[in-house]
Design a protein around this ligand. Structure first.
Ligand SMILES: [Zn+2]
Length: 113
């Protein structure tokens, strides 16, 4: 599957860029997606429901990089891999205001990001 192949490359790329990485959430259940939507932490139709998104945690010199901007270089690289690749750092809320989720890397499916 394309997403899985691209995630393998994403991890390799992060390491080549000098980061250490751990894997966060990939597959999310519907109840969790609904809870995230209710709290504003996520959306109810997340691509995590289909295993088409990964939350990749980056570390540099042992420090966890928690800001979305810390993922900007890797996010740009991800988006260049395939026209359907989406990076959470570009996310906006329902009113079009930036709502970045920098460690989220996904591939669009049925119009969802
Ligand atoms: Zn995510």
């Amino acid at each position: 599957m394309l997403f899985t192949r691209l995630v393998a490359r994403l991890i390799d790329r992060a390491i080549a860029m000098g980061y250490q990485a751990t894997l966060g959430e990939v597959l999310r259940g519907k109840a969790q997606a609904q809870a995230n939507a209710a709290s504003g932490a996520g959306i109810s139709n997340s691509l995590h429901l289909d295993g088409l998104a990964v939350d990749l945690n980056l570390y540099l010199n042992g420090r966890w990089l928690q800001n979305s901007e810390d993922h900007a270089d890797l996010g740009r690289w991800w988006k260049a891999q395939h026209p359907d690749c989406r990076w959470g750092g570009d996310f906006k809320d329902s009113k079009g205001r930036p709502k970045p989720d920098g460690n989220h890397y996904s591939i669009t499916f049925q119009g969802r990001a």
